[in-house]
Structures are given as structure tokens and as C-alpha cells.
Design a binder for this molecule. Structure first.
Ligand code: MG
Length: 288
């Protein structure tokens, strides 16, 4: 059988998962540059501290397959610099809506790869909290937060998608004050381009020429970085709410949220709900 070699860069979770899965097959390593090594009958897996992992042997591809994913399109060098935006909190009853737009240059890419930057939904909150402060330092970005009370006010005359469109646009307007916007600007698509621009009718400053693509957070570092930074700001806002009320607010909009919403109203009164929750969600009816 032929020997193959496959090299991958894993994120923190995959790296831990690999170690745990094959812990029984680890062998002592002689080099300080190797984090751990796994010896199987048909494959040797060598893991480096950078989270680079090399699979070698007749079945290297089969073992590597579990850890292969669609890498952000980092090799299309001509596209850089790029700007991308993403939002969080739109599916969460409690907490704000946050939109972030980030600016990424070709030179930023190796550091982003090293950090394991990818869609924030694929990362644990703990990982977000450790990556985001580094990203905040490294990447030019602009973050907008719409707290529940403001959100509820704005939502009286704007749908969720109108609010999203206006926030994305404003994030780019703010980003443009920090850096000249590049030709390539992308939004992780939440609606069609035509509808997006329709929603912006009447806005003073409209950023044109934006490219829309679904699952963009898996494909573009600028969108992945934005999704992480937005998630981080969302987590911080949730922390702040927890401190204010000495109360734990669950994420999402499921039955745990209904349960906690009922407890919250019992403790603090119905009038306080507008400061912590998006009232138009059907959760409100179930809670009250
Ligand atoms: Mg998105």
C-alpha cells in the first residue's frame, strides 16, 4: 500500500478532540517541536503546538477526513484587502443585536489561520472569549450594538431584517471612517441584495457594491472575524445584563428561555422585560 501524507491546521476544539480520541495510542515524542504523536497500525499522526497536524501512512486520508473542512478562501490573494460583516443575537430572545464589519488584509491571514478563526457558531463561548481580544487588537473593525430597549423601540416601525440591513450599512459607514473601504465587501447573506438595498431607502449614507453570499462566515476571513467579534460583544452584553439583575439569561428562544422569562417577570416585574428581551418574539406571549 502506498504511503500518503496529509497536513491540516485544526482549530482548538478539533485539536483537543483528536488528542482525546486517540489518547490510548499516543507515544513518547523526542522533539520539543512536537506536541504529541499518535501511532496506529496504518497511520502516524503528528501534532504540533501550532495545531498543525500531519497524518502519514497508508490510511492517512481516511483518518484526516474527519478533520477536513472547507477552509476560508485564503489563496485568492488578489481579492485582498477585503471587508465583511455578520450579525448575532437575531435568534436570541434575550440580549442585543450586534453587527460587526471587519477589514482584513492579505498580511492578516496567517495570524487569523493561527488563531483558528472560523464561523463563531462553530466555536465555544470560551474559545470566543480567548480569540476575540486578540482579534480586536489585530483587525480594523467596527461593532454596533442595539440593546433590547432600543431594539424594541426601533422594531415598532422596522422589521427585524430592516434593522439588520441598517445596522450592516452603518457598520460599513463607521468602518469607512477608520480605513478606505476595499472593493471587495461581503455580507453573510440574510436576504437578497435587492431587498437589502430596498430596506436602506431613505438612509443618508448607503454603502454600495456589497457582495452577498450565504455561509460566508465559512469562506471569508473578514466575515469569520466579524462573526467572532460580534459574538464576543454579545456575550459581554449578556454578562452585563447578568450583573445588573444577578440573573442568568439563556441564549436562543427555546423552552429554557420561556422558563427563565417567567422567573424574570416574577422577580423583577413585567415592565423590566423590555430592557432584557426582544418583545416581539412569541416567547413573550408564553411568558406573560
Ligand atoms: Mg450570519
Amino acid at each position: 500500500m502506498s504511503q500518503t501524507t496529509k497536513s491540516l491546521l485544526l482549530n482548538e476544539e478539533e485539536y483537543q478532540n483528536l488528542y482525546q480520541k486517540y489518547q490510548a495510542y499516543t507515544v513518547p515524542v523526542s522533539s520539543p517541536y512536537i506536541a504529541f504523536q499518535i501511532k496506529l497500525n496504518d497511520c502516524v499522526i503528528t501534532a504540533y503546538p501550532s495545531r498543525k497536524v500531519v497524518f502519514q501512512g497508508s490510511h492517512a486520508n481516511a483518518y484526516a477526513k474527519d478533520y477536513e473542512k472547507e477552509e476560508p478562501k485564503s489563496n485568492d490573494k488578489n481579492r485582498y484587502p477585503e471587508a465583511g460583516s455578520d450579525e448575532v443575537g437575531t435568534g436570541d430572545y434575550f440580549g442585543p443585536v450586534v453587527v460587526c464589519a471587519s477589514y482584513v488584509t492579505k498580511e492578516d491571514v496567517p495570524a487569523l489561520q493561527q488563531l483558528g478563526v472560523q464561523d463563531s457558531k462553530a466555536l465555544t463561548d470560551e474559545r470566543i472569549r480567548s480569540i476575540a481580544p486578540v482579534l480586536e487588537e489585530k483587525i480594523i473593525h467596527s461593532t454596533l450594538v442595539l440593546l433590547p430597549e432600543q431594539y424594541n423601540r426601533v422594531h415598532q416601525s422596522n422589521s427585524m431584517n430592516v434593522i439588520k440591513a441598517k445596522m450592516h450599512n452603518q457598520a460599513y459607514v463607521n468602518l469607512a471612517k477608520k480605513v478606505a473601504l476595499p472593493d471587495f465587501k461581503i455580507i453573510d447573506q440574510f436576504e437578497e441584495e435587492g431587498i437589502y438595498y430596498h430596506h436602506l431607502k431613505g438612509e443618508k449614507n448607503i454603502i454600495q457594491g456589497i457582495h452577498f453570499e450565504t455561509k460566508a462566515e465559512n469562506k471569508y476571513y473578514c466575515v469569520a472575524a466579524s462573526s467572532i467579534l460580534a459574538r464576543y460583544t454579545f456575550l459581554q452584553a449578556m454578562d452585563q445584563m447578568s450583573d445588573t439583575y444577578d440573573f442568568i439569561f439563556p441564549k436562543g428562544a427555546g423552552s429554557a428561555v420561556d422558563q427563565c422569562g417567567k422567573e424574570f417577570v416574577k422577580k423583577f416585574g413585567q415592565a423590566q422585560l423590555k430592557y432584557v428581551a426582544k418583545l416581539h418574539f412569541s416567547n413573550t406571549n408564553r411568558i406573560l
